[in-house]
Design a protein around this ligand. Structure first.
Ligand SMILES: C[S@@+](CC[C@H](N)C(=O)[O-])C[C@H]1O[C@@H](n2cnc3c(N)ncnc32)[C@H](O)[C@@H]1O
Length: 312
């Protein structure tokens, strides 16, 4: 009995911290949404970050370990040519056909977007990330020579004011403790009328996807760290961006249903790298079973991804 209680304690503690962490995030979102002015929202966000972030982090906001993920990232997150073209088309529609437009890909990882943006759109691209392991993978690629790679912490960029025409971020903001500060940094380094583009899976779009359905532990994690579209637009507005708008794209991420299982086996989302081995195994079995019973279900093939843009 004593042994059972002792061995269950870490699990109990972890669950309590998760409840505290989710509650704080929900309270923070509520308070921010109710704030009367951008100045007030900024002040509230700072106070939350200053006093509550240490508690929240201690409580188990787990951070993806990109040092460990880096060498399998490109296989796990490979993107079809069709999807790459879709995103490049959207980016060039928003930014125009300006050769040498100065674009920062913030949280660029292994250069999944920075390289084709430089190569095919002809923009002058800087790829910045806090992870030297991810940047090492980016630098290994031949076409990566067209991009300038920088180690940068997104909440305190070393670039001077007004140094870029555009900033692009893909799947970054849910990884940082102070997303508003990142958006404010983007505002600072963009020239007047410069454009910020944020590509991400909003919580309302991912909460019922196959990963969240079959690996239920990741829903707690993503509820705590992943914003809604409304929240991202609010950050943009608070940071001073104008003409903020969002569009959500349903993309076919997987060519066939078993591909989703194969990618899940590689833990293709950061949330999947953060759950225990037993939760992972259980989820994988449930996903495999569903796929073999429902091989024609289109829900298994698609994902919803949002692009929010704003003008400095
Ligand atoms: C999911 S990956 C996305 C990589 C790339 N944008 C893509 O779509 O393939 C998230 C990236 O954000 C980076 N990152 C996380 N927190 C960061 C921070 N505070 N400052 C800079 N980069 C950060 C990670 O190192 C990682 O490379």
């Amino acid at each position: 009995m004593y042994y059972a209680v002792i061995s269950l304690m870490p699990m109990f503690a972890e669950s309590c911290f998760e409840v505290v962490q989710v509650s704080l995030t929900v309270i923070k979102r509520g308070v921010l949404n109710g704030s009367r002015s951008t100045g007030q929202a900024r002040a509230i966000d700072r106070q939350f970050s200053r006093y509550l972030s240490p508690l929240v982090s201690f409580g188990g906001v787990k951070k993806a370990n990109y040092r460990r993920i880096a060498n399998t990232y490109d296989i796990a997150r490979s993107m079809s040519e069709e999807n790459l073209e879709l995103w490049l088309r959207l980016i060039s529609e928003k930014l125009g056909d300006h050769r040498n437009l100065k674009l920062l890909d913030l949280g660029c990882g292994t250069g999944r977007f920075s390289i084709p943006i430089a190569d095919r759109l002809g923009y002058s691209v800087t790829g910045a990330d806090e992870s030297s392991a991810m940047l090492r993978e980016a630098r290994k690629k031949d076409e990566g020579a067209q991009v300038k790679w920088d180690i940068q912490e997104a909440t305190s960029l070393s670039y001077p004011v007004e140094s870029f025409d555009a900033v692009f971020m893909s799947h970054l903001l849910h990884h940082v403790d102070e997303p508003l500060r990142v958006v404010e940094e983007c505002h600072r380094i963009l020239r007047p009328k410069g454009i910020l583009l944020d590509r991400y899976g909003a919580i309302e779009d991912i909460h019922d996807d196959p990963e969240h359905r079959f690996f239920p532990r990741i829903i707690e994690l993503d509820r705590a760290r992943t914003p809604t579209v409304e929240q991202v637009e609010k950050w943009f507005g608070t940071a001073g961006f104008k003409r903020v708008s969002s569009e959500t794209i349903e993309q076919r991420t997987f060519s066939y249903v078993e591909e989703r299982v194969k990618k899940a086996e590689l833990r293709h989302t950061s949330a999947l790298t953060l759950i225990s081995q037993s939760d992972f195994k259980q989820g994988l079995e449930a996903l495999r079973e569903y796929v073999s019973d429902n091989p024609d279900d289109p829900w298994l093939l698609n994902d919803r991804i949002t692009l929010t843009i704003g003008e400095r």
